[in-house]
Design a protein around this ligand. Sequence first.
Ligand SMILES: [Zn+2]
Ligand SMILES: [Zn+2]
Length: 217
Amino acid sequence: MEEYGSMNDLGHTPSALGDKLPEDLKRCIAFHGHLCPGLVYGYLVAKRAAGLLGLRRSRDEEVVAISENDTCAVDALQVLLGTTTGKGNLLLKNYGKNVFIVLNRSDKRALRFSRKCVYRYEGEYPDEFAELEAAFAAGRATIKQRIRQKWLKAMDLLSKPFDAVFDSKEMECPEIPYAPLAPSDACACCGEMTMATKMTETGDGRRLCIPCAEKEP
Ligand SMILES: [Zn+2]
Ligand SMILES: [Zn+2]
């Protein structure tokens, strides 16, 4: 087993192994903090979507990603597709489902990716992986073992054909409104500046931010 030495810009990834990783995946790891299977799922989806829809990284909101989970995967979408929470073109519908939708507003094409089946390790070290899984399931995995398990799974996922991991379907492009822009106003209770469209009006006509409105009797 490799030694896990000091941290580097690839998180827990040993630099010798990091050299084998594609550059765009390294950028995802640098943003996300570590290499993990979740990040790889997002990486695979982002690359496939970009290829099939002919996308470049979204500067504004021309590309939209809808993730039906809030896992590590969304960070790869942010890095590679430029669909970010800040710009409002990354929508998290946290159903806990392994489903991602990527759409291109300019030609109204949308793809839906759904992970096919329960993960099965098919890499080079099946015995070691089984051992690590057992340690993990029994709650006795050390940090090193957890990192190793994630690494083996991530590398295995990277080597699988995309269609073995995800179903891809073209779908009718959902109408996604552009991120709302609205002026801010001071909350009548706490005085803090709040987006006007997010405020609630009380019976007596005061306009409150959500936390203050929730505290009203
Ligand atoms: Zn992660
Ligand atoms: Zn308030």
